[in-house]
Structure formats: structure tokens, C-alpha cells
Design a protein around this ligand. Structure first.
Ligand code: ACO
Length: 378
């Protein structure tokens, strides 16, 4: 067979599929903007609520607008009784499987489920953003035999998540760490899960389909699953002095250091710089500086790779923060997902606004015109 000549871009590496105004990534210097605003400013000066208002409405809110938006988020934190029952039924599954299933079930209770207008999609995105922490925290408690904790309207989005998870109002500084973490995970262009969400939207499936897809795609260790793996690696290393040899052995065996490498960044992922400072400070505050030291030694051992553009990504330090806040390791990806729902929503809104079916091609390289042999003659 003569192979058809095609331009093959495996993994869609460096393929631009559309235009966006939601986020800008400069992978060479490690820069990330949401709607033109640098994440360095947003993560230090903004809140998750304000940042996602910016993403969803394409402008920073006034105080009155932010208050109203915050009220809308708070009003949507509760889950239908049937979804609580599904969480109970699926409680032994991985939290990401439970989140994906619960989002899917929520679609069946959503009166606007099939309305793909910009306004309805935005409303549904806000609802799902508000509901996701309740799903994750409820599941985490139910599987431990504890009663779920109802959302507390006096608490912000991040603080309320920690409250529903642990049953105690968190220290403001701990809530701020999760708030910042959510900001840093909120949006990131056409990454694998957002691409999945956009493919769903491109068929004119609704937001719940797209977010279900986003959660499914995020679960993989090459994408959102890396934070959990990084902390497992740190626990496995156990002592700072062992880090260098551990990394050498891992790489010599053809393994990958989780939390390193990125399809777009050839420099340090700017999100990881903020999480690095947070991980160090939290470790010191909790009297457990060892995990940061181990990760810092891994970074040092990876210097030859960093010089080739394989640098630490957003997942490298986030796991240590969650671990030090006593969050179970299998919830790490769910925290990423909670932060990313607004990002998936804006990507879906953009896709709907100027829709085109996302449908690439595969080059066929198998046999041709094979004769069919009836089953009794094979
Ligand atoms: N450790 C060691 N080597 C690595 C790593 C790593 N973490 N990442 C990439 N490399 C090497 C590859 O072995 C490959 O080397 P080669 O050219 O000699 O074969 C080269 O760098 C390029 O790697 P690719 O897999 O082609 O790069 P790609 O862009 O496809 O992959 C990915 C990006 C999947 C993130 C990869 O870097 C990886 O597996 N990292 C570890 C998992 C991880 O941290 N994922 C989170 C990413 S951030 C996010 O999704 C939120």
C-alpha cells in the first residue's frame, strides 16, 4: 500500500485550533495571563471568587457585582438528595470517579441542561463550581463513616470546602492557601481536559457533558493526577539525603519525575513558583519542613533536565500543600478539578460562541481490501 502523504502532528503538538481571549501562555518565559491579567497579581491580590468572575464575565467586578456573584455561588452549594444517594452508592470509588458521576447525575436535575445559550451556560458553570466542593467533601466524609457537613454561608468558597471536609472552620491562612491554589488552577487554555470539554461542546452537547468529559480527562497521571504522584514520590524518598539517588535511579529505569515537564512550558511553570513559596512557608508553620526540602532536592537533581526545558509544573508543589493540610492524597486531583470548572466553562462558552465541530483525521496505515472469510472457514 502506498501511504497517503499527510501532515501528521502526533499529539496535536503546537497545533492552534482556534482563538481565545480567556488565557495567554508564554511557554518560553513562563508567563500566564487570565483575560490579560498576570496570575502573579491575581494569586497574590485577588480571590478565587473575583478571579472566576473575571474569567466568566471578562471584567473585574465592582464590590456590588462581586457580592452578588458570591451570593449566587453560596446559594448553589447544596446538592439534590438523589445526588447524595449516588455519592453514598459509589463511596468506595476514586473521588474523581465519584465527582464525574455526580456531575453527570446533576445534569438530570438541571432544568436548563439543554440550553446552550451563553447566559444559561454561564449560570450552569457557576452552579457546578459551587456544587463541586460539596460533592468532594461529602464523599470524603461519607466514605469514612462520618456525617456530611452542610455548607456554611458565612465562609468563602475555599474556606467552606475545608470546613465541609474537616467539620471545623479552617484557619484563615489555610483557607487562603486553597483559595490561591484554586486561582492558579482556574484556567489554562486548551490543555487536555479543556480540549476534551471543547470537543464535547463542539458537537453541541451541553455544559454538564463537557464538564463530565473535563473531569474524566483530568484524572490521568499525565495531566491532573501528577500532584498525587509527586507526594507519593516524596513519601517514598522519605529523607532529603536520598532524593538525588532516587531521581537518578528513577530516570535510569526510564521513569518520569512527576510534576516535571509540560507540553507548553519550556521554563518553570509560573503557577508552581507561587505554590513553591506556599509549600515552604506551610511546612515551616506546621513544623514539617522536610517535605519541601525533599522536593527542593528533587528539583536540584532535575537540573540537567530543567536546562533542556523539562521544568517543574503546577503539580510539583501543590501535593505538599494538600498533604500538610491533612487532605487525603486521592482528593488532590479533585481539588484541581474544583478550581478548573470555571476554566472549562469559559472554554465551552467560547466554543459555543463561534462553533465548529472538532473533528481531526487519522492516517490509516493498516491492510487494504482484505477478503472476508466466513467464520466456518477460518
Ligand atoms: N521526567 C523525565 N523525563 C521527562 C519528563 C519527566 N517528568 N517529562 C518529559 N520528559 C522527557 C521525555 O522522556 C522525552 O524525552 P525523549 O525526547 O528523550 O524521549 C521528552 O522529555 C519530551 O517528553 P514528551 O512526553 O514528548 O513531552 P510531552 O509534551 O508529550 O509530555 C508531559 C508532557 C505528559 C506533562 C510529560 O512531561 C510528563 O509525563 N510529565 C510528568 C507528569 C506530569 O507532571 N504531568 C502534569 C503536567 S501539568 C498538568 O497537566 C496540569
Amino acid at each position: 500500500m502506498t501511504e497517503e502523504k499527510v501532515e501528521l502532528r502526533r499529539g496535536l503538538r503546537d497545533v492552534y485550533i482556534d482563538r481565545t481571549t480567556s488565557s495567554f501562555i508564554d511557554g518560553k518565559i513562563g508567563k500566564l495571563l487570565y483575560r490579560g491579567y498576570n496570575i502573579d497579581d491575581l494569586s497574590e491580590k485577588s480571590t478565587f471568587e473575583e478571579t472566576i468572575y473575571l474569567l466568566l464575565y471578562d471584567k473585574l467586578p465592582t464590590q456590588a457585582e462581586l457580592d452578588e456573584f458570591d451570593g449566587e455561588l453560596k446559594a448553589n452549594r447544596h446538592l439534590p438528595e438523589e445526588v447524595l444517594q449516588v455519592i453514598e452508592l459509589t463511596k468506595t470509588a476514586h473521588p474523581m470517579d465519584v465527582l464525574r458521576t455526580a456531575v453527570s447525575v446533576l445534569a438530570t436535575f438541571e432544568p436548563e441542561v439543554n440550553d446552550n445559550s451563553q447566559e444559561a451556560t454561564l449560570r450552569k458553570g457557576v452552579k457546578l463550581t459551587a456544587q463541586a466542593p460539596t460533592i468532594v467533601a461529602t464523599h470524603a466524609r461519607i466514605r469514612e463513616g462520618k456525617d456530611p457537613i452542610a455548607p456554611d454561608d458565612t465562609l468563602g468558597h475555599a474556606a467552606n470546602f475545608l470546613y465541609m471536609l474537616f467539620g471545623e472552620k479552617p484557619l484563615p491562612e489555610d483557607a487562603r492557601l486553597i483559595d490561591k491554589d484554586f486561582i492558579l488552577h482556574a484556567e489554562h487554555g486548551i490543555n487536555a481536559s479543556s480540549f476534551g470539554a471543547r470537543v464535547a461542546a463542539s458537537t453541541q452537547a451541553d455544559l454538564h457533558c463537557a464538564v463530565t468529559t473535563g473531569v474524566a480527562v483530568l484524572k490521568g497521571p499525565s495531566h491532573g493526577g501528577a500532584a498525587e504522584e509527586v507526594m507519593k514520590m516524596a513519601l517514598d524518598i522519605g529523607e532529603e539525603a536520598r532524593a538525588e539517588q532516587y531521581v537518578k535511579d528513577l530516570l535510569a529505569g526510564g521513569g518520569r519525575v512527576m510534576g516535571f515537564g509540560h507540553r507548553v512550558y519550556r521554563a518553570v511553570d509560573p503557577r508552581s513558583i507561587h505554590l513553591k513559596d506556599d509549600a515552604r512557608e506551610l511546612g515551616e508553620r506546621k513544623g514539617q519542613p522536610k517535605w519541601f526540602s525533599i522536593l527542593a532536592s528533587v528539583t536540584k537533581a532535575m537540573e540537567p533536565y530543567s536546562r533542556r526545558g523539562i521544568c517543574q509544573n503546577v503539580d510539583f508543589f501543590s501535593g505538599a500543600i494538600y498533604y500538610l493540610l491533612d487532605i487525603p492524597d486521592d482528593l488532590f486531583i479533585s481539588i484541581f478539578a474544583m478550581g478548573r470548572i470555571p476554566g472549562w466553562t469559559v472554554q465551552v462558552m467560547e466554543q459555543f460562541k463561534n462553533n465548529i465541530l472538532l473533528r481531526p483525521r487519522l492516517q490509516y496505515v493498516g491492510p487494504m481490501d482484505v477478503e472476508y472469510v466466513p467464520i466456518d472457514q477460518r
